[in-house]
Design a protein around this ligand. Sequence first.
Ligand SMILES: C[S@@+](CC[C@H](N)C(=O)[O-])C[C@H]1O[C@@H](n2cnc3c(N)ncnc32)[C@H](O)[C@@H]1O
Length: 369
Amino acid sequence: MEESKSLRVVNKDLVVEENATELLEAQAHIFSHIYSYVNSGALKCAAQLGILETIHSHGKPMPLSHLVSSLPVHHSKAPFVYRIMRILVHAGFFRLEKIDGEEEGYVLTLASKLLLKDNPFTMAPFLPVILHPILTSLWDPLSTWFQNDDPTPFDTAHGMKFWDYTVLHPDISQKFNESMASDARLATRMVIERCKGVFEGLESLVDVGGGTGTMAKAIAKEFPSMECTVFDQPHVVADLQGSNNLKYVGGDMFDSIPSAEAVLLKSVLHDWTDEECVRILERCKHAIGTRNGSKGKVIIVEMMISENDDEVDQVSTQAKLCFDMMMMTMFNGKERSEKEWAQIISGAGFKNYKISHLLGFRSVIEVFP
Ligand SMILES: C[S@@+](CC[C@H](N)C(=O)[O-])C[C@H]1O[C@@H](n2cnc3c(N)ncnc32)[C@H](O)[C@@H]1O
């Protein structure tokens, strides 16, 4: 029987004639989108069971039977391991390779290698914090938040701001700082490799909202004559020890920022509204002042949202849009387009800026008074 080319969908208000194939594709698109949290859940589970480390330490393609017997899973659950592996192969976290003859075994891909706990650039610390119920629970009250006057969905779900929550829950604060530090390790390597000139010749630098100091420590090591300061909330830096050319200072960036020739802001401004960013940048402008005749600068490391839907790199675009939603739900912050960056930069009284798109889905913006 010949397949029908079009379907006639009729209900009380709607009469649409569509190609049957397109309708079915649209349905698959909906299911794939609705179920997209399944991908992150499966990845978190694989990491918790130690599947990545187990395959890595095997050193060659690992057959399913061997993988199953090496994992801490109850014997009644052994048949289910294949299911987790199948979806994660599809998602690009594992690959099947031939061993000898017909037998196949799992190997890691670059993405799963980046999730190994002892990889120097590991992203593993992101899984327990971004997929922690305190953050996954923000999506349920999202529409409620749109209808009330709470500042963020985080406030709607937990009754307080994220930063206040971290003060009351040191375990979450620690997980969050570890995830930030892991991101900063890869970003720092890229910044030093690709944008070294941005830091060359600077006598001093303060990393505002620098967390536990991953980036500032690497910069201090790379430029031993630069005086570096990590400035963050008092509870974040309280127990941290500096070194020769690196010190930790606790405080509130909305009150005042220690003075230096340059201020670094990595992944800080996206946590805040435009008005708050202008206030932070005004404090930065005051901090860099005019030192030894040289006008300082602010170095911003952040994402830049494309003005148009970026067809070139859909994976980066999706990651940026997800970050934007996370910033909205956690902080009432946002990822910004160049136009939006230009507005807050000039709003804080700076005259010029220069952008380098050299860091994958992040950019470096040098801002001059
Ligand atoms: C998203 S994290 C970025 C950390 C680090 N720059 C990085 O990229 O790894 C934002 C940082 O801002 C700090 N922060 C939040 N409010 C602050 C304030 N009022 N004054 C100083 N630091 C603050 C947080 O403690 C946190 O370490």
